[in-house]
Design a protein around this ligand. Sequence first.
Ligand code: NAD
Length: 448
Amino acid sequence: MTDRYQTFTRTSVGRVLVKNLGLPDPIPLPRWTDGSAWIDGPVVFGAIGDTDTGKAIQALLRDIGATFSTAAEGVASSELRPKALVFDATGATSTADLTSLQRFFSPMIRQLGSAGRVIVVGRTPELSATPEQQIAQRALEGFTRSLGKEVKRGATVNLVYVAPDAHDQVDSTLRFFLSPKSAYVDGQVVRIGPGHLVANDPAAPLTGKVALVTGAARGIGAAIANVLARDGATVMGVDVPQNANDLRKVMSAIGGSELLLDVTSIDAPQRIAAHAEEDHGGLDIVVHNAGITRDKRLANMRTDAWDAVLDVNLRAPERITAHLLESGALRDGGSIIGVASIAGIAGNNGQTNYATSKAGVIGLVQALAPTLAERQIRINAVAPGFIETEMTAKVPFAIREVGRRINSLQQGGLPVDVAETIAWYADPASAGVTGNVVRVCGQSMLGA
Ligand code: NAD
């Protein structure tokens, strides 16, 4: 679906109207392509003190060949057009230290380049050594979310909380947030815990891994299959028999295998496990993407519409996950990813069934993350906002336009934006990333 308004804003008449009337200006966001740089411009790094996390960030910046300078306080210079501002606030031990945020960012924020990146790195508040530190660290959330709403020209602002002793886990997450892979992830807070060290090739981090993707025939599921395959995974795509042709096209383009079934069928978990064992010897990545909507206000909600949505979106992921774990088809060290929705966080008129199911997906992540850690299995979720797919093309025009504009980037996301976020979760180098729910919504006004 094309965003006609965005196309119009790129014409000469459109540009004049946008400028003179102060209309939304949804600049086209660069996406990752083969050969993209992790960051294609200068980075300015600031910090409160000299911390292990700060050292790890600087080592990563060197590793990816970024041109970077360090500055305790920002410098206003029209010559410096930073592509990214990275600030290590893990050293903040009391609210007095929050002054450093303003001193670093205020002089430079206006200079931030187009589709720029701001990454604030903090210490996980609840793991702080003192109440004073916890207060200061928690305060970073308000800073990040507000700055996300202030920056312009397609820039994003995100906060990464690092647990004590987890500074060696920051690489895959910083690469993701610096790069165009995170184009539509804005105003988010991510938590990284300790994990084992994985030295894989960042250009093909999923080499040798087998990934199950449900609902892979089209839309977001097809994009997930493509991106996981691009990163080296062998993909096993599942979809309903009615979509056999579409699924075949997607899978044959990436050398994946197909399994036609309804994820709600009674024997779906067993058939998925058997296919994975027979064709691939097991699974490393499970993406529960298949989902449906049957919208009606609760007063008009039919029982079959309620049940269908709960069955596909929540009960199927729950049952399939349980069986893959019990049967051992999902190997230790694996990664499970749920696809929730901002409707599951904020609620939405006419979507009590859908929002219940999607909030349940978040519940699945929170319930399983602690116990699965023993097997080094990680579980996370994405919560997409307005993504341009067949699902959203069916939304009435006026609601669709509102959906596109009520976020900091003033446009809908693309299926690939959800897929890239899932690929970051699935990367074995993201060993410390579990229990997270990241919204892929351009910092939508809906939801926290
Ligand atoms: P879509 O309707 O374009 O594709 C969904 C796919 O899932 C289809 O191929 C469909 O056949 C398959 N599927 C549905 N029921 C199934 C079943 N019972 N068994 C097997 N396969 C089944 O939807 P999409 O927009 O690509 O959405 C993908 C996921 O993202 C869904 O979970 C959806 O709820 C979620 N999501 C989408 C958006 C958005 O804006 N598009 C926003 C938030 C969340």
